[in-house]
Each structure stands twice: as C-alpha cells, then as structure tokens.
Design a protein around this ligand. Structure first.
Ligand code: BG6
Length: 492
C-alpha cells in the first residue's frame, strides 16, 4: 500500500542553524523523503548559519546528511542530485546584521511563495532572529516561523520568548513544534478515540481506573550534556511531550479537527491539572532520579555525573509523577507518567486500565479476572492491543486468561512510517497549526510545571540514584504502589 501524497503550495524553507544536528539528522532527510514522494513541486531550501562555507561545502554537508540519515534503499543518485539542486547557502549571523542583506536578496524571488523560517538554533537566538526578520522586511504575510522546544526554562522565560516572537509574527504564523505530535502513532490516538464509537462511552472515571504513560529511552544524554544538564527530564520531556500525550488522552472530543478546536480542548486539560504546589504534594506525587553506572543498550555505561564531569549536578534524568485532572470526566483517575534516560529499552506506551468487573460469575478455580487494558504503543512497533479475558481452550472446566486483540500498524498498513518532521514541516507550508502548540498551551504547561521545579530546586535531597538499565529508582515503584496500582511492563 502506498501513502497518499497531497501536493503543497510552492514554498521556500529557510533553515537557521543549517549546519546543526537537527538540520542534518531531521530536516534535510525529511525534505528529501518528501521530495522523492513527489510532494515538493516548487520548493527551495536555503541553509543559513554563521559558518564561512562555500555553496559547495554546504552541499557536501547536505549530501552527507542524506547518506547518513536516509536508508540507502531510498537514495538514488538522480534523486539526490535533484534534491541538492533545490538547496543554497547564505552565511548570516543571528546576533549581528552581517549577512542579512544577502539573505534578503536570496529571498527576493520567492516573496510570493510561502516562506518558512525554521529556527533550528538555540532558543536564545529566537528573539534576535525574529527581530531581524522583521527589520529586513522578511516577516511579510507569506512568512511563517517555526520554533523548537525548549520554549523557555520556566513560565516567565517562556512568556518573554513568546512575547519577542509575537512582536514580529502574529500567533497564526507561529509554529511551535512538539515532534511527538507529528508521530503517526500519536495522531492515531485521535483516530482511535474519535473515529471509533466503541471507546468514547467508556472513556471516563466510571470505567477507567487509571492511565499510565511511559516514555523510556535506553540512551544516555550523549553529546547533549551541556543543554541537558540545564534542562533535566521534567523540562525536556514532561513539560512538552508527555503533557501533550496526556492532553490527547484526556481532552474532550473537539467539534472538528481544526487547529483551534483541538488546541482549545487540550488547553482545558492543562488548566484542569491539579497543582503540585506544596512540599508535601511533591513528595507524595513526584520522584526524580539520576542514573548511576550500569549496563544499558548492550554494554557497560558510565553514570550521568561521570559522563557530565560535574559531580555536583542535581539534574534529574528520570521523572515519575502522579497527575490528576480536576474535571467531571477524570475526577479520581490518576495519570501516572514516567520518563527517563538509560532505562532498559526505548519504548513509549500509553496504557488505559479499565475498572474491574463488578461481580464474578466464575468459580475461584477459573483464576483471577484481570481488568481490561488498552495499550497504545507509540514506538517502536506502533500498534494497539486490547487485553480481554478469554477461556483457556480445551476441556477441564472454565479457566480464564487474558489474551490481546493485537493490531500492529506495520502489518496492517505495510507502508513506511514517515518521520514526524516530514509531516510537520509540510503542515507549516499548508498553514495547518493543529499539530503545533499554541502560546497559551505552552504557558499553561509551564504554569503546572513551575511549582514542581521550584520545590525540587529548594529541596535538600538530591535526585535518587538508579542503576543504568533499570526502570528508575525504587521510589517510582513505591509512588504507584502506594495507590494500590503497579506499572505495567512494556509490551504486556
Ligand atoms: C527530545 C528530547 O525532545 O525528544 C530528547 O530533547 C529525547 O532528550 C527526544 O531524546 C526523544 O524523542 P524520540 O522521538 O526519539 O522519542
């Protein structure tokens, strides 16, 4: 089966930070894939960075990025040459006017097209780049700006950043990327909830006991320790990706799938989260951890502090928490979230645990009756499993056991799963903001995160250690078990 290719309008994509990691690993490969899918009729890409590179140097880097990050089977010489033919390079500074007249000149022929300015730079450059885009008359009505997280490090800095961007671009032309929203399986969550009549009547506190959301990584902080040590798992993963997942599970059905209808509903969820704003609440509802030396991803690995070379760091590489949503649908249904680096495997899963049956008609010999469980696997091996109790086959009386209805997307659809960035960049070109975070959403998420950050920063005790390759500190198990529940093993 092939996926449907919907043409997009002519555009020019300007990537600031074009020699950086995001451009090489994600943006150029994503554009290449869309090019070979036949979606980029009239498209040009301009790489911008402060590096003194010739056109040929930059094309060499772009070629390398495609070779390194696109499966060889997808890359033919002709396709690669065609793609490179779309690319040019302009040297410009973010923090001075150097190079900007040249950028303006390079963009002059494309003024009537959609102009996408992708800021793949550190966030401290966002404000200055936007200011210059305005001053050099590049933020015209065909122009859109795309920013990556982190959008701030707390509520105040997020507001300041949004303010700076907002001085130049109106909100309907600002695209805040959360790449989790571009993942196929995450979008499928909306299909599952809103294209099936089966679940909605059960999707509430009367039928759901609790929800677990796990985003586990086996890798450590790799080459990003400088950024990561200032962020930590709560800012890096929970404030954005995990709260977005929670919103998609918990939101009311929007009236339609348009950007504001969806984002209004997500915002209501964020605003209904019960604040964790006292020492006692944080102690009871949150756990932070930091990995120590151990074994992960098939070998011995160093601890976070050794990797960082900074023995006093109290940055968390693991978070588990219990969130509660104070509204009619979800009152009394805890959402347990956990995420961390150097866990036993890379897996992201949402598990919806239904309430037990009210009364058993079976004899005790039938065995325990497990409540139904819906497991939505986001990565890897995207799919959905609904665990049902069934009769063990054969004579010998009624014995029961849980069996899954198991749908694997790979088997059901047999298409390549596009990377989130392929979808997201082209959504910017189409002017579709549904999968991007609105300013008030980002700020509402920070409003909930801020008190936790503050209480952790003032706490005397450092994060709890956990051995690399395990599921985090034992306190994370205690957190959920205090509630009489237990973490569901991945894949189960
Ligand atoms: C990024 C975080 O946003 O998401 C990283 O900054 C993390 O620390 C990454 O590794 C995880 O993304 P994915 O798509 O690999 O699950």
């Amino acid at each position: 089966m092939t996926s449907r290719v919907i043409p997009v309008p002519s555009f020019v994509l300007v990537v600031f930070g074009a020699t950086g990691d995001l451009a090489r690993r994600k943006l150029l490969p994503a554009m290449f894939q869309r090019d070979i899918a036949g979606q980029l009729a009239e498209a040009a890409i301009i790489g911008v960075s402060r590096g003194d590179l010739s056109q040929a140097d930059f094309l060499g880097q772009a070629r390398q990025a495609i070779t390194d990050h696109v499966p060889a089977a997808d890359v033919t010489a002709a396709a690669l040459e065609k793609f490179l033919g779309r690319i040019s390079y302009v040297q410009a500074d973010a923090d001075t006017d150097s190079g900007w007249p040249a950028l303006a000149a390079a963009l002059a022929p494309y003024r009537d097209r959609v102009n996408v300015f992708y800021l793949a730079t550190a966030p401290n450059f966002f404000g200055m780049i936007c200011e210059r885009l305005g001053r050099f008359d590049l933020a015209h009505e065909n122009a859109r700006v795309v920013v990556e997280k982190p959008i701030g490090k707390d509520l105040a800095s997020a507001r300041a950043l949004n303010e700076e961007i907002g001085q130049v671009f109106p909100e309907e032309r600002v695209y805040r990327i959360d790449h989790y929203l571009g993942k196929e399986a995450v979008q499928n969550l909306m299909a599952l909830r809103f294209a099936n009549g089966l679940f909605e009547p059960l999707w509430n506190a009367a039928h759901i006991d609790h929800v677990q959301i796990t985003v586990a990584e086996s890798l450590g902080v790799e080459g990003r320790a400088g950024y990561y040590d200032k962020a930590g798992a709560l800012r890096d993963m929970v404030q954005n990706h995990m709260l977005q997942l929670l919103c998609l599970v918990a939101m009311e059905p929007p009236a339609k799938l348009d950007a504001d209808a969806v984002r209004d509903e997500k915002l209501k969820v964020l605003r209904s989260l019960k604040p964790l704003d006292s020492d006692a609440l944080c102690a009871l509802h949150t756990v932070r951890g930091q990995y120590r030396a151990g074994a992960s991803a098939g070998g011995a690995v160093r601890g976070y502090l050794e990797e960082l070379g900074e023995p006093a760091s109290t940055t968390e590489t693991f978070v588990a928490l219990k969130a509660e949503i104070a509204n009619w649908r979800w009152a009394g249904v805890p959402f347990f979230l956990r995420t961390g680096k150097r866990l036993p495997e890379r897996v992201s899963e949402i598990v919806i645990l239904f309430r037990p049956i009210p009364h058993s008609v079976f004899e005790p010999e039938a065995g325990p009756i497990e409540p139904n469980r819906l497991v939505i696997r986001l990565q890897p091996d995207e799919g959905v499993k609904l665990w049902l109790m069934s009769k063990d086959p054969g004579p010998g009386g009624m014995r029961l056991r849980p069996v899954p209805l198991d749908m694997s997307f790979a088997t059901a659809f047999r298409v390549r799963n596009p990377d989130a960035y392929e979808r997201l960049v082209l959504d910017v070109v189409r002017g579709n903001q549904t999968l991007f975070m609105r300013r008030d959403e980002v700020e509402a998420a920070w409003t909930w995160i801020d008190p936790i950050l503050k209480i952790w920063a003032e706490a005397k005790d450092p994060p709890r250690g956990y051995t690399a390759g395990t599921w985090g500190p034992s306190a994370a198990i205690a957190l959920i078990e205090r509630d009489g529940r237990t973490w569901v093993e991945s894949g189960a």
